[in-house]
Design a protein around this ligand. Structure first.
Ligand code: HPA
Length: 276
């Protein structure tokens, strides 16, 4: 059996021994949103360290556990803390959690993150619905022997971020009177923030925000047939657009400030995903 798949099945078996809730929605919490997991109606938690071979996040502000429970009536699994490629994990480990949540039964993957704003009209604290992405200088998680049990060798990526889910997120934002930008996410490897020249290149390529986590996760999820959607929280104006040097603390601070609105938007969106 493919080694990546074998590891995945082992992780799935460990989690299924501990939890019997079958999630409908898998939610990945980005910087600032970690506290959301404490607000859901939890029935079980599994620390990443309890799952043999599972990658553990090394980034300050990222906890490491799955929380299973309900948002409204919708059964969910929430990832409180993700791992990033820049932490030194292989790409197959970086996306293992998304694949695992898919194998646990999730049909929808909801990705959230903190990003730098590239679009000159964006401001710190804005939210952006991700309607497409660019994977830039980051290896595809699908490189290597194809895992036939998950999906096809050459998957279509023309609608990774599902229009039907996006419509529900827009409706959720409007019902809460939350302004929602909409645009393209570009993923760089990090961990350094980009240079001003790189940010000008991002803009020329058609990106609206830049981050270090999400596009590779969306690709792996789309490969296995999950319905993907995502919202970014603009934590800072990207390099060259901001007057001050960028720091992780600033990113966290801004993401924390935006968290109450972000949480409300995520909750309302998930409730709407649960309805046909
Ligand atoms: N660049 C890349 N990733 C980020 C940024 C940024 O400016 N802010 C938050 N995550």
């Amino acid at each position: 059996m493919n080694q990546v798949y074998e590891k995945l099945i082992k992780c799935r078996d460990i989690v299924q021994k501990k939890v019997n809730l079958v999630p409908q929605v898998a939610l990945v919490l980005g910087s600032g949103l970690g506290g959301y997991a404490d607000e859901i109606d939890a029935v079980a938690t599994v620390s990443y360290s309890e799952i043999e071979g599972f990658p553990v996040s090394t980034v300050p502000g990222h906890q490491g556990r799955f929380v299973f429970g309900h948002v409204g009536d919708v059964p969910v699994v929430v990832m409180q803390g993700r791992v990033h490629y820049y932490e030194g994990y292989s790409m197959s480990d970086v996306v293992l959690p998304m694949r695992l949540m898919g194998l646990l039964g999730a049909k929808t993957l909801f990705l959230t993150n903190a990003v730098g704003g590239v679009n000159q009209s964006y401001r710190a604290g804005d939210f952006m619905l991700i309607n497409d992405h660019i994977l830039y200088n980051v290896p595809s998680p699908l490189i290597g022997e194809n895992i036939e049990q998950l999906g096809t060798r050459f998957p279509d990526m023309s609608e990774i971020y599902k229009k039907s889910l996006n419509e529900k997120i827009r409706a959720a934002a409007s019902s809460l009177d939350i302004k929602l930008q909409e645009g393209v996410y570009i993923q760089f490897t990090g961990p350094s923030f980009e240079t001003p020249a790189e940010i000008r290149a991002c803009a020329a390529l058609g990106a609206d925000v830049v981050g270090m986590s999400t596009a590779c996760e969306a690709i792996a999820a789309n490969h296995m047939g999950l319905n993907v959607c995502g919202i970014s929280c603009v934590a800072n104006l990207a390099a060259g657009l901001s007057k001050t040097p960028l720091t992780h603390e600033e990113v966290q601070e801004e993401a924390d400030k935006a968290a109450p609105k972000f949480k409300a938007l995520v909750t309302e969106s998930i409730k709407r995903f649960g309805k046909a």
